[in-house]
Design a protein around this ligand. Structure first.
Ligand SMILES: Cc1cc2nc3c(=O)[nH]c(=O)nc-3n(C[C@H](O)[C@H](O)[C@H](O)COP(=O)(O)OP(=O)(O)OC[C@H]3O[C@@H](n4cnc5c(N)ncnc54)[C@H](O)[C@@H]3O)c2cc1C
Length: 419
């Protein structure tokens, strides 16, 4: 039982926030043509701005951690406060009332990598990394996808070979978000090619600053470079940095992926304040009485509402202590389909103004969102893969026929497998 009541906790947390961050001003009514018209899906910062932004984010996390709010539900052993989840939710909701630095740099590290370390790492690795991650002394990334293994992750070919007490990792990962500012990464590598493809994999924690790790940025069609390809040139990793048992990497990966879908699902039905913008946009361009436009808009808003409720249902299940399940795949799919609908609607209203920069407020700016949306439809499991999961695990349809989970990996014709 917590030795502080939730009311007392909230009073103290609010006092801490008030002393360290400005309170948000009352929400101002959105007026078309006023303020920023930025609606991008991905932050597109240059390296200097990104480094300064990251430093502000780390400073804020460290301040919270030192005051006891960095890992409210976490074990005291790693600097947590060991309070029930409800206390964390109360803090998050209070924090939302204050202007605090962008915390998206920690979505992967704290939303996916740290929970995996907490479940699967050795005591040495937990002691080394958990506290530092929650205090933002270090940042973590996820090294799963490879050029030939994305949806079909179990086909990955990066290998880890044992050499006494260390593992030697060789291979290439791709699409690694934030690798360029991360200190550690969670990698899944093949440790036994003679076993079926899901069975010969093992997870490790790697040092992203080691000279044997080469990080090259990838330019996106939005113009930014928030993810990378990462090459491992015989990186040496101590055995106490292994995650879970040898050849049990598929279960380690599943722990991370379940948390990934929960983290993405927690983002909601897709859109938030964007909907106010598109309603005002419709009025501004004189289409609010056009029956086709009205029909499209109503359809969009209904889908967003339904997706929001479904998402809330899935998150409530997790908050009640259940593991993230196939509902998260439904929530992810619904969210990204709504982003696609939103893009179609904006294209319908703006037409050529969205693709040619005329300088007019609130028009060309939408192209950043439209160009970013496909990224959301692929990251964390593509729409098609989400549909497979919903078909198999929710509707009980037969399993995807393309998978061979019995033959040894080294006897498979790589590139012909599907997940
Ligand atoms: C913004 C963004 C951030 C990312 N960040 C990371 C990261 O930090 N770390 C990381 O490891 N990875 C990351 N990824 C990679 C991401 O996980 C993969 O892109 C994703 O799993 C898809 O894999 P792929 O790109 O290899 O496409 P493929 O798997 O080659 O898929 C190509 C197409 O085939 C379809 N397809 C594939 N299999 C099936 C099937 N069985 N049934 C029906 N259709 C199928 C897909 O839906 C897709 O349309 C990121 C991706 C994006 C876009």
């Amino acid at each position: 039982m917590a030795d502080i009541s939730i009311e007392e906790f909230k009073t103290q947390a609010e006092a801490f926030l008030a002393a360290n961050a400005p309170r948000k001003e009352a929400e101002q009514k959105f007026v078309w043509g006023q303020g920023s018209d930025k609606v991008a899906m991905f932050e597109e910062k240059d390296k200097a701005d990104e480094a300064a932004d990251l430093q502000r984010a780390c400073d804020w996390r460290a301040k919270k951690f030192d005051a006891g709010y960095g890992w409210i539900s976490g074990p005291k052993e790693f600097g947590g406060s060991e309070l029930p989840n409800a206390y964390q939710r109360s803090f998050d909701s209070l924090e939302g009332q204050f202007q605090t630095p962008n915390q998206s740099y920690f979505t992967i590290g704290l939303g996916m990598v740290a929970p995996t370390i907490a479940v699967h790492a050795s005591q040495t690795a937990k002691d080394l990394y958990l506290k530092k991650m929650y205090r933002a002394d270090i940042v973590g990334c996820q090294l799963f996808s490879e050029p030939g293994a994305g949806s079909d992750l179990a086909s990955l070919q990066t290998k880890a070979e044992r050499d006494g007490d260390v593992w030697v990792i060789t291979g290439q990962k791709v699409w690694t978000s934030g690798a360029h500012y991360s200190d550690i990464g969670e990698i899944i590598a093949r440790t036994d090619p003679h076993l079926p493809k899901h069975k010969g994999l093992t997870g490790f924690i790697v040092d992203m600053r080691d000279p044997a790790v080469e990080i090259r940025p990838l330019r996106q069609m939005t113009g930014g470079a928030s993810f990378n390809e990462v090459f491992f040139n015989e990186l040496r990793v101590p055995d106490d940095h292994r995650l879970g048992d040898l050849n049990n990497g598929w279960n380690v990966a599943l722990t991370t992926l379940m948390n990934e879908r929960a983290a993405i699902g927690a983002g909601g039905g897709g859109g938030g304040g964007l909907y106010t913008r598109i309603i005002e946009m419709t009025r501004h361009f004189g289409l609010s009485d056009d029956p086709v436009t009205r029909q499209m808009l109503a359809n969009l808003l209904i889908h967003n509402k339904v997706s929001g409720y479904n998402n809330q249902r899935a998150m409530d299940k997790i908050k009640a202590g259940a593991l993230p399940g196939p509902e998260m795949s439904m929530a992810k799919l619904a969210g990204t389909m709504n982003m696609k609908r939103l893009g179609d609607f904006v294209s319908h209203v703006l037409g050529a103004k969205m693709v040619a920069d005329s300088g007019e407020w609130g028009t060309y700016a939408w192209s950043q969102l439209i160009l970013g949306t496909p990224g959301g439809r692929i990251a964390g499991g593509s729409d098609e893969v989400m549909r497979n999961i919903v078909g198999e695990r929710v509707l009980g349809l037969p399993k995807d026929a393309g998978i061979d989970s019995k033959s040894p990996f080294n006897e498979l014709k790589v590139g012909t497998q599907t997940n």
